[in-house]
Design a protein. Structure first.
Length: 88
């Protein structure tokens, strides 16, 4: 592999990671509670734990933050049902 191609690949990875870190700093301070309101009451160390995942998957989180898309799956449905039962 020529050196120029390797430098291009590494530069692209660095750019992606840098964009991810910048996004994660904004998202973890403001946006994460919009996608999951339970994070607001969680310890601040939770945000440090999810930081690497947000950096790696920042395009997915950016899309969900911008569109307000919330994943609807059986796990979330069960959580909604159990919260409803607790409120009764």
């Amino acid at each position: 592999m020529p050196l120029e191609i390797a430098q291009l690949v590494v530069g692209a990875f660095e750019g992606y990671a840098l964009a991810g870190v910048g996004f994660a700093l904004m998202f973890l301070t403001r946006g994460v509670t919009r996608l999951d309101p339970r994070v607001a009451g969680a310890p601040k160390t939770l945000r440090l734990l999810i930081l690497p995942g947000v950096v790696a998957l920042w395009p997915l989180f950016a899309w969900r933050w911008i569109t307000g898309a919330i994943e609807d799956n059986p796990h979330r449905a069960t959580a909604r049902e159990s919260r409803g039962a607790l409120a009764r």
